[in-house]
Design a protein around this ligand. Structure first.
Ligand SMILES: [Zn+2]
Ligand SMILES: [Zn+2]
Length: 248
């Protein structure tokens, strides 16, 4: 059984105390770790570091719900810092996508409405949901980008701009209401078809991903050929030039 306080343990440590197999990056405010059970090809967690001098205490860092219950301005500034660091991680994911796949696909950044582990953590994951670790309905629905359980960071930040009543309504984050979303039918997040079970969904998501992969690969191939043609022409011109020089 996993330790539900493991993330808190990490967040209290100095980055140098964490092995590179766990820690991916750090800043003065956050630590980014590899999700131990990635639900997509790329999946990281951004954790706010526990700092004694911080205006936000350890118990307030437990979840989005506890954070939003503390002073509004403190909560907002912490979320903005987390969002900035998450966007940096997103850039690094995109670089890795280019290296490995030669194309990029969107990256989602968000919280779970009712998290399963203690200590606030922002998920940063590639939009594919293709992973052997994705094993059940709860896993899938918790990352479905339109179901409502996965709260995109920009959406959460927008709560601060609304009326006070709207903010207090959204920041309630009723666990039961969010958990009931996890029981919803399995629906493909790309094409909205209903899937009868997890194996069907998983092979469908794999097909969807393969389609994207083939399309993008063909596009990259066309681009490469066009570039090759261009350099081929200049290459020939150079060759002709050299040839005429040597003939002189
Ligand atoms: Zn989580
Ligand atoms: Zn689909």
């Amino acid at each position: 059984m996993s330790n539900l306080y493991l993330l808190r343990t990490y967040a209290t440590k100095s980055p140098s105390a964490l092995p590179p197999s766990i820690l991916f990056a750090s800043s003065s405010f956050t630590l980014t770790i590899y999700d131990a059970f990635p639900k997509s090809i790329f999946h990281f967690l951004v954790l706010p570091r526990v700092q004694p001098e911080s205006s936000i205490g350890l118990s307030e860092l437990d979840s989005l719900k506890t954070l939003l219950a503390c002073k509004k301005e403190n909560a907002r500034s912490l979320l903005i810092k987390m969002a900035e660091d998450a966007k940096e991680i997103k850039t690094q994911i995109e670089e890795e996508m280019m290296k490995r796949y030669n194309f990029m696909w969107p990256v989602w950044i968000g919280f779970h409405g009712a998290p399963s582990m203690h200590h606030l953590h922002l998920h940063v994951l590639s939009s594919d949901l293709c992973s052997p670790r994705l094993k059940n309905k709860k896993h899938y629905n918790s990352f479905h980008p339109k179901l409502g359980f996965f709260l995109h960071i920009d959406e959460v930040l927008s709560w601060f701009d609304g009326e006070a009543s709207y903010y207090s309504e959204m920041s309630k984050l009723d666990v039961k209401a969010y958990e009931s979303l996890l029981k919803e039918d399995l629906v493909c997040w790309r094409c909205e078809s209903t899937m009868k079970n997890i194996p069907t969904l998983k092979s469908h998501l794999q097909e969807e991903w393969d389609k994207v992969f083939r399309r993008e690969k063909a596009r990259a191939e066309r681009k490469r050929k066009m570039e090759e043609q261009d350099t081929g022409e200049t290459g020939e011109a150079e060759h002709r030039e050299k040839k005429s020089k040597s003939e002189n």
